[in-house]
Design a protein around this ligand. Sequence first.
Ligand code: FMN
Ligand code: SF4
Length: 504
Amino acid sequence: MHPASGMNPVLEWARRHQREAPDENLIDDLRAGMSVDQAAERQGMPRAAVHGVQSYYEYLRHPAPLRVCAGTACRFAGGWMTSAALPGTAEVRCLGRCYEGRPCRTDQTPAPIPRRALVDEPVVLRHVLGAGGADPERLYRSVARPAAEEILATLAASGLRGRGGAAFPTAAKWEAARRVDAPVKYVVANGDEGDPGSYVDRLLLEEDPHAVLAGMCACARAIDSSGASGQNVVRGVVYVRAEYPAAAARACRAIAEATEAGLLPPGFAIEVHVGAGSYVCGEETALLRGIEGLRGEAQPRPPYPTECGLHGWPTVVQNVETLAIVPWLLESGRKPASKAFCLSGAVASPAVVEAGFGISLAELLARGGGGAAPRMPCPPWKMALIGGPMGRVLPVAAFDTPLGYDTLPGLGHGGVVVFDAAVSARDLAGHLFEFAASESCGACTPCRVGTAQLGHRPDRAALERLLDTLELGSMCGFGQGVPRPIRDLLQHFPDEMFPARGAR
Ligand SMILES: Cc1cc2nc3c(=O)[nH]c(=O)nc-3n(C[C@H](O)[C@H](O)[C@H](O)COP(=O)(O)O)c2cc1C
Ligand code: SF4
C-alpha cells in the first residue's frame, strides 16, 4: 500500500490509464486497407507504432486472399506431417475445422460441425443437439431475475471454473470486479479459441450465441456495484478470432436481435471485435490490448484485468463456453459436471463431444469418437495431444487417464488430437516448436529467445535446461506452458526425441 494514499501504487499507476474508448480502432483501419501513413495520421500515432501493430498480426502482415490451415489436425491429416504452404497462399494456425480431417482452406465451405453428448443432460451443447435451439427470452429472463448477490452466490456454490484453460473459479473473478468502485466496467467474451484442435467456441458462437450473450448479461449485472442509483456503466465486447467470420456475423446478429427485443440489461451495450491473427491474443491481457487496437502482447500482472483492464477499467474476461453455461446454472442452481471435448485426428467420427468430468480418454474416444479411424493399422493409436500446444501428450498406454482439471493439469480448453503410429514424437515436437517460435509475442526474453532455440538443442539435457528457463522465466502462460507437452514427449518417447548415435 502507498503510505500516503492507502492505495496499491501499481493500481494507482494503472488507474491513470483509464480513458474513454476511442471511436476509431487502428486494427480496423489497417484491415480496411489504410496505409501506415494514413493510419498514423488518423490515429495521431507515430508511424513506428503503427508499423509495430501491422507487423504483429498475421492478417495485417499477409492480407492473402487464400489461407491454408497449418493447425495440428490439418498438419497431420493423413497420419504424417504435411507442409501446408502453397504458392500465393498464407498459412493460418487453425480454422477450427479440425473435424474435417483434411488440410482445410478458406476457399472451401466449412462442413457443419458434428456434435454429440455422452451425458443424459448436456449443458454446454443443450441448445445445439437436435432441433429446437434456444428460447432467447427464457435465457435472458433466467439471468435478469436473480439479484447480483444471488448470481454471485449461485455461481460460487456451483464451483464453476473457467473453460478457457486456466480453470480459475468464475465467481472469484466476478466478485473481484464487483469490489472495485469504478464508473465504467467491461465484460469480455473470449472467443479467440486459438488452440489448434478446439472448435466448440466456434460452434457456440455460430449456433447458440444467445446463451453466450445471456452469460455476459449475468456478469454485467453481477459486477455492477452502483446498485439502485444505476450511475455506473457496464459494457460488453465479444472478441472473435479472424478465422471465424461466420461466428462474428452471427454474434453481431444476435446482439441486434437481443437489443431490439429489449432483452439486455438497461444501459448494457455489447459490440463485436474481430481479431487479426495472433495466438497469444487469447491470453486475457493480450486480448485486451488487441481490442484496444494495439499489439497483442501479454502484460505483467498485477494489476489484474478485474482491477485495470480494457481502456484501464475493471474487466472480466471469460471464455465463451464458460459464459454459455451461466444461464443454465442460474436457472437450475446445479453444479455443471460435464465439459465439451473436441475430437480430431485418428478417430472415426471427430466431433464436439460433451462428456462428464472424469471420463477416461479411451472411453471418450470409443463412445464419443467412434473408435479409431478405419484406415488405421493395428494397434492404431500412439498418442494424443490434449489441450492444445501448451497442453499434454498422453501415450496410448495412459489413455485410461480420467479427464478433468484436477486429474490432468493442462487439460486446457479440451481439444483432443489423436495420432497414429505414422506420426513420430519428433515430428509432433517439431510442429510444437514451430508453433511456439512463430506465436511468441516477444514481450519477454526467455520466451522470445527460447522458443526460437527449441528445435536446435543438441541433446535432451540441453533441451530440458531450455524448458526450465522458459517455464520459470517467462512472463505469461504461453512461455510457461510451452514446455508441458514437450516434457511429456521426452518422458514417453525419449528414443524418438533424441535417437542414440548410430540409430538415426
Ligand atoms: C497463450 C494463451 C492463450 C490463451 N488462449 C485462450 C483462448 O483462445 N480462449 C480462452 O478463452 N482463453 C484463453 N486463454 C486463457 C485466458 O487468458 C483467460 O484465462 C480466459 O479467457 C478466462 O476465461 P475462463 O476463466 O472462462 O476460462 C489463453 C491463455 C494463454 C496463456
Ligand atoms: S511468455 Fe511469450 S507470449 Fe508470454 S509475454 Fe513472454 S514473450 Fe509474450
